[in-house]
Ligand binder design. Structure first.
Ligand code: SF4
Length: 290
């Protein structure tokens, strides 16, 4: 397949507050969707047409930029690896104007309306992936989760150390795999608080394919407290993916994944850690600048 093709415009639906949506969680351009027909919005139709023609899609710079560097994996490439096998189906079920009949199975949900999520799940007979991000974790989401019984593949949720839910009621969603991404906010969270929360989740997520990830939120330039947190977490959790949620990612409004801007000081500051750690994200980051 060509260098712009990606499965997300066929497989996923994104729900943002205020009837807004995007081509995927990492795409930059937000679109208003008053009809709530998330499957065939204007931006999705345009994206599909362009991708099938091998043209670049506005707002997908997040992936294109990262693909300029051989060290980084991208959401686009990852999607092809997992769901690329259905590309013939995508093409055969897509009309010339980009409209598709392909049934999406990935929900990226960022609203606080439990009843709405319940209806969305019920309307998608083959939902396999549910990702919850920036939701109000204090609400009772079990009503929506009940719709998922026996048909889910992957459950992802993501939130800051002091906001995310860690109890069994929330994390016990019936799913083949569960992935919880904890975001350590350098300003709001202490290292010990984050370490304690991660251990708590590890006690609950005991399935063979379950995973805990730990992101460090870096706003602006890299600072001493970032380095201190990174080394502490790296030592405490040698098997956890430590990732960096940096200012460039925030600027491009993409998902929080491992990436860092061209901060010259980072090379000097990170050399010592990079030489000692087994963390592949940090090693890739370091190689990118040397
Ligand atoms: S931003 Fe990346 S993952 Fe999202 S639709 Fe574009 S190419 Fe695909």
């Amino acid at each position: 397949m060509n260098k712009t093709f990606c499965t997300y415009p066929w497989t996923s639906l994104t729900f943002l507050p205020g009837n807004k949506t995007k081509v995927c969680g990492a795409n930059r351009d937000v679109e208003y969707d008053p009809a709530s027909d998330r499957k065939n919005t204007e931006n999705l139709k345009i994206a599909r047409k362009k991708m099938l023609d091998g043209d670049q899609v506005d707002g997908c710079e997040f992936c294109y930029e990262r693909e300029k560097n051989e060290y980084w994996n991208t959401k686009r490439k990852e999607s092809l690896r997992i769901w690329g096998k259905w590309q013939d189906e995508f093409i055969s079920q897509t009309k010339e104007d980009g409209t598709t009949n392909f049934e999406p199975f990935y929900i990226d949900y960022r609203e606080d309306n439990v009843e709405k999520l319940q209806k969305v799940i019920a309307s998608l007979p083959r939902i396999r992936v549910l990702k919850l991000y920036k939701i109000n974790f204090m609400q009772d989401w079990s009503k929506a989760f009940n719709e998922l019984k026996n048909k889910m593949g992957h459950f992802y949720c993501c939130g800051e150390t002091d906001k995310i839910r860690f109890d069994k009621e929330f994390l016990g969603v019936q799913s083949r795999s569960r992935r919880v991404s904890v975001i350590h906010n350098l300003k709001n969270n202490s290292n010990s608080e984050t370490i304690e929360k991660v251990k708590e989740i590890q006690g609950i997520l005991n399935g063979a394919e379950d995973e805990v990830q730990l992101y460090i939120n870096v706003k602006g330039t890299i600072t001493e407290d970032f380095l201190e947190s990174f080394t502490k977490f790296d030592r405490e959790f040698p098997d956890i993916k430590l990732r960096i949620y940096a200012s460039d990612v925030l600027k491009q409004r993409g998902d929080p994944i491992e990436y860092y801007n061209k901060e010259i000081g980072i090379i000097k500051q990170m050399r010592n850690i990079a030489e000692k750690t087994n963390n592949q994200d940090l090693q890739a980051l370091y190689r990118q600048f040397t």
